[in-house]
Design a binder for this molecule. Sequence first.
Ligand code: ADP
Ligand code: MG
Length: 226
Amino acid sequence: LHDEIIKSEKMRVVSDIAASVAHEVRNPLTSVRGFIQLMGKHDLTAENRQYYKTICLDELDRAQQIISDYLTFAKPEPEKIEKIHLNHEIEYVANVLLSYANYQNVQVLMQLPDEVISVFGDKYKLRQALINIGKNGIEAMPDGGQLTFTLRRANRSLIISITDTGVGMTAEQVNRLGTPYYSTKDKGTGLGTMVSFSIIRKMQGNIEVTSEKGKGTVHLISFEAK
Ligand code: ADP
Ligand code: MG
């Protein structure tokens, strides 16, 4: 019975996410449609035509960003719950982030233990959660810096930390993390942390963020060792 309850809870979360992706992507698509219609008018100046085209491209980029915050790694349903080797997954995620990091002059570092540490969950979802957090870290370091992933066991906890040497946040900004549409970026979606936090919570994990303005940010993700 307990398993069934957990399962239906997971199914609910999954369909929530599917519903919100559909909802979020519909807005930019609707505005692209509207502007394409406007572009069909005869009396359009070249200047206006160019302007509408720019809006369309921006809106399409936005739709793409939204999809990537939700679904870069998360595979379509059903969720597959398996034993996840955190050492491997962290290495995988660090590698995926590497080209984005290089482009921004950011070094990606890892401190992994010799023992293999694992948790149960959907590994594609966990990848998505870590990528969204890692990407934010890189974006917080426009002048370069270091993004460090560590994994360790502490008493009854398994702890992943993701640390950046970026711009940091005020306590008020930290508080708003995970709430939908909170973004300070020109082209931000404000959905990345919400997706990450909900994935971690669904895995019965806990996430704690510590940040200092001008110094950087630490994300501590912990799971109970089973
Ligand atoms: P987005 O990245 O699209 O803006 P997110 O939900 O991923 O949306 O992040 C929300 C906001 O939280 C960001 O716009 C940024 O202001 C802040 N933030 C998240 N992670 C960090 C970080 N590591 N350093 C500084 N600010 C961050
Ligand atoms: Mg983000």
